[in-house]
Design a protein around this ligand. Structure first.
Ligand code: PEP
Ligand code: MN
Length: 349
């Protein structure tokens, strides 16, 4: 059940309302927007008489959410969630780009690529230290050393870092090194991990499982939100389809406007895993932005032939820089401000 409270309501009135909700054995999650307060009421709300709330003077409206995802539903935060990250915000009328190698491979490699993506305008550095690989014999990531190198790259460039946590142990280890936790496609329904992430306050980027429906994906986000962590981003990274001859996955662009209507959570588009081939990445990145993505995450490597994972889909820094130029131009046409690293530094100064 959602209760919309008029903006003029006082703090005391909101606290009183939350007290009334909890005294009924229900839980309240409130979001303060520019126009209104939105209180999501969870628990056995079927038996609640909505008039009990709608008759209160400062209540604008009360309605039930028919979808199984409650906190992730658009109604729970109609103005849209903005994720705050150091001096950066993700969501709403702006767009940002995360970029970097698939895996952290060495100090030299991550520093070179971090400098290159920053120079091209990326605002977040990506890099995996723990890698989920189909083969146990493939490179598994550098682990703790990889995290230390990411932090070093972050300190030198000023870029916040996103990296994948495969389990709780890894997530705990990552706490001091990483700004956003990536939960990979293979872990989208690792419910015990999602519950633990709900107790943390780091932003979580939840990738779509390779055969997950949109509703399953939103229910996984709901696990994190229900635990109390509001900072969730959804990442479309392509789904498995019947034709993998020319592309690794099928980037589901339909999902982007669908999610925009269903949820308030910001949407990240990953055209690298979505296609698996370098020559497809830039066109699908532009398409992802045109479809309404709030951010892109792109794999970049300056020596892709030497990459220990995902070399064939990595953009060269020069290609990435050219793509950034096109995204900025497209942003003007779409009334979406593409926040490049230069701009971020300028506004922070
Ligand atoms: C990755 O980002 O390198 C990765 C392994 O992604 P996914 O979970 O989407 O396969
Ligand atoms: Mn990868």
């Amino acid at each position: 059940m959602i209760i919309i409270v008029k903006r003029g309501a006082t703090r005391e009135q909101i606290t009183e309302m939350v007290g009334k909700i909890t005294s009924m054995g229900l839980t309240a999650h409130s979001v303060e927007g520019q126009q209104q307060y939105t209180i999501s009421v969870l628990g056995k709300t079927e038996k609640v008489d909505m008039n009990e709330f709608s008759s209160i003077a400062y209540v604008e409206s009360v309605f039930r959410v028919s979808k199984p995802f409650k906190l992730a539903s658009r109604a729970a935060n109609p103005e849209g969630t903005r994720i705050k990250l150091k001096n950066l915000e993700i969501g709403a009328d702006r767009m940002i780009v995360m970029a970097g190698p698939c895996s952290v491979e060495s100090e030299d490699q991550v520093m070179r690529i971090a400098r290159a993506v920053k120079a091209a305008g990326a605002t977040v550095l990506r890099g995996g230290a723990f890698k989920p690989r189909s083969s146990p014999y493939a490179f598994q990531g550098m682990g703790l050393r990889g995290l230390q190198l990411l932090k070093q790259a972050s300190q030198e460039t000023g870029l916040p870092v996103i990296s994948e946590a495969m389990d709780l142990e890894g997530a705990e280890m990552m706490m001091d090194y990483v700004d956003i936790f990536q939960i990979g496609a293979r872990n989208m329904q690792n419910f015990s991990l999602l519950k633990e992430l709900g107790k943390m306050d780091k932003p979580i980027m939840l990738k779509r499982g390779m055969s997950a429906t949109i509703e399953e994906w939103l229910m996984s986000a709901e696990y994190i939100l229900a635990g109390g962590n509001r900072n969730v981003l959804l990442c479309e990274r392509g789904i498995r389809s019947f034709d993998s001859q020319y592309s690794r996955n099928t980037l589901d662009l339909n999902a982007i406007p669908i999610l925009k209507s269903l949820t308030h959570l910001p949407i990240v588009v990953d055209p690298s895993h979505g296609t698996g081939h370098r020559h497809l990445v830039a066109p699908m990145a532009l398409a992802g932005m045109a479809a309404g993505g709030d951010a892109l995450i792109i794999e970049v490597h300056d020596r892709p032939e030497e990459a220990l994972s995902d070399g064939p889909q990595a953009l060269l820094p020069s290609d990435f820089s050219e793509l950034m130029g096109k995204l900025v131009k497209m942003g003007r046409a779409l009334d979406k401000n593409v926040i490049t690293e230069l701009e971020r530094e300028r506004t922070a100064a």
